[in-house]
Write a protein that binds this ligand. Sequence first.
Ligand SMILES: Cc1ncc(COP(=O)(O)O)c(C=O)c1O
Length: 426
Amino acid sequence: MSKIGTKCVQAGYTPKNGEPRQIPIIQSTTFKYDTSEDMGKLFDLEAEGYFYSRLQNPTNDYVAARICALEGGTAAMLTSSGQSANFFALFNICNNGDHVVCSSAIYGGTYNLFNVTMRKMGIDFTFVTPDCSDEELEAAFRPNTKAVFGETIANPSLAVLDIERFAKAAHGHGVPLIIDNTFPTPINCRPFEWGCDIVTHATTKYMDGHASGVGGAIVDSGKFDWLAHADKFPGLCTPDESYHGIVYAEKFGKGGAFITKATAQLMRDFGATPSAQNSYLVGLGLESLHIRMERHCKNAQAVAEFLEKHDKVAWVNYCGLPSNKYYAIAQKYLPNGSCGVISFGVKGGRKAAEEFMKNLKVAIIATHVADAHTCVLHPANATHRQLSEAELIKAGVPSDLIRLSVGIEDVEDIIEDLNQALETVR
Ligand SMILES: Cc1ncc(COP(=O)(O)O)c(C=O)c1O
């Protein structure tokens, strides 16, 4: 199974003779054993198996294995949200007193998690723009830096990260590069092929694909050598007293240590586990991910080109347009397409944007992106409502900005809808 479309449909779960074709939903909190010795081995991490669904569940693991195959990793786990995936990915290697270098072009929820909540836990962040110079990037590192974090395509700024450049900087300081690959999905970009070490996802978006369930995933490339930087990563390289003195990096190696530790410690203690039912829906979504991504990108490209020519439109931001600042870098990392999300401004500012939104019929107003349905959001009236005009400009979200997530409907209907709504703007 070498091609990505086949992996979408089949990877992670191979039924044996007479078993169900579809991934089974194992709706059970617990699992039965014949002897307490059998169970003891699980608690010692001496044997593989399930004992309690807060830590691991077979349905979740089948789906995680599919995502792992799509990204080309060695181990993966599902979490109950994209937020918990990003939190676990960092908290698995960062302690109180540690520091992370982070792209400033990231999802607002992730920014709050890092800049407010994780700071309260004593983990510090230095934010650098994805377009910063090599010198600025270098200057952001400290002796206590434990990771570099960014998004392949940032939500909502749609900045494209130079993955190789950020990976080189991270590795130069003996730390991993962690990338949230939610927007392009592994169909359009596999960050491990460019030097990234750990990938996260909000499966909530394209992977689920139908706006049906919130979820997340973490995938390890298995390439980062924790033991070579043992002084920086004591959690992986010194005995875990809560697991009978296991040293994860020694026992599970480069390929398994990160995910085993995150499951055994963080999932055990925080319990951010997805329900088997939700994971099943992600698995189902993955079966058509390759087809849907192609359609999302084709539709978004046509919509972006239409908007760019429209006389009521002030500007369009989509990295598939040759006029876009990130066009060249997108050609390198995203040669087959980026994602279905576009942002643009309607001439006439906030009032014009409001008028336009009111008149849409096919595109629905929703605080979501990246599912089958075309949807729009006017951040100045929603997610960024509390900001003044000056603050909106500073945040890179001007009051005329409309975020449009192009779905997989017929593109003629989407364009006709946008056109009639733009015509109503005076
Ligand atoms: C790029 C990105 N990462 C993470 C998240 C957080 O995911 P969730 O809403 O599943 O917690 C989002 C949500 O929009 C996102 O867009």
